[in-house]
Design a protein around this ligand. Structure first.
Ligand SMILES: O=P(O)(O)OP(=O)(O)OP(=O)(O)OC[C@H]1O[C@@H](n2cnc3c(O)ncnc32)[C@H](O)[C@@H]1O
Ligand SMILES: [Mg+2]
Length: 204
């Protein structure tokens, strides 16, 4: 079975990539399998820049093809925040509960119709010494006024998906994986997938 390294230390993302890529017959390794792997500082100002930074650093570390995911939540009423700071919105500990609490506090009193938001996912595919490819996916919804559901990770319990009438955390994982920003971004790599798996990104 072919194998790909996803440059993430986020266990929630790791589970989703495992499920999404299993369907393509690809085995996923993540940085959770390589505890000595260096941390990459996310100094970019966009999801795309950060995804590229993570993918290129880790591809050069392993001298192998690596895919990185930089993602987050943009809320219109908060001028796009938490945005690229989604993981650390309430502090360096990357605490999902604290991040959710901070968002809900900032959204107090805002009516449902103005609680529009969007998940973003940038995926960067880096092959050592070749051109990096970056694609982006999104998923639109609304911020609830309280968390609901146990599935998923991160901001899923407060992200309401109107076409499902549920929060992302109330959806079974198979359902999330059909509509998520991550699934949308992966679709955009569909045509190049064979080349990526053969490490030929310059020909993409
Ligand atoms: O950088 P890596 O190691 O991949 O892990 P991370 O958790 O730091 O990941 P990001 O820098 O991309 O930050 C993304 C944050 O956005 C949130 N997020 C991303 N995708 C999400 C999803 O599908 N559902 C809910 N929240 C999500 C979640 O809080 C993440 O911590
Ligand atoms: Mg990160």
């Amino acid at each position: 079975m072919k194998e790909v390294i996803i440059a993430t230390k986020n266990a929630g993302k790791a589970r989703e990539f495992q499920a999404l890529l299993e369907k393509k017959g690809v085995k996923v390794k993540t940085l959770l399998d390589f505890p000595d792997c260096p941390d990459v500082e996310e100094t970019g100002s966009t999801f795309a820049e950060n995804a590229r930074l993570k993918a290129e650093t880790i591809a050069s570390y392993f001298q192998r093809t690596v895919i990185a995911d930089d993602s987050g939540l943009s809320i219109d009423a908060l001028d796009g925040r938490p945005g690229v700071y989604s993981a650390r919105y309430a502090g360096e500990e990357k605490d999902d509960q604290a991040n959710i609490a901070k968002v809900l506090k900032e959204m107090e009193g805002i009516p449902f119709a103005k609680r529009t938001a969007r998940f973003h996912c940038a995926l960067a595919v880096a092959v050592p010494n070749e051109r990096t490819v970056v694609v982006e996916g999104t998923c639109a919804g609304y911020i609830t006024d309280a968390p609901r559901g146990e599935n998923g990770f991160g901001y899923d319990p407060i992200f309401y998906v109107p076409q499902k009438e549920k929060t992302m955390a109330e959806l079974p994982k198979e359902e999330k994986n059909k509509i998520s920003h991550r699934a949308d971004a992966l679709t955009k790599l569909e045509k190049q997938w064979e080349k990526i798996m053969n490490g030929e990104s310059k020909n993409i």
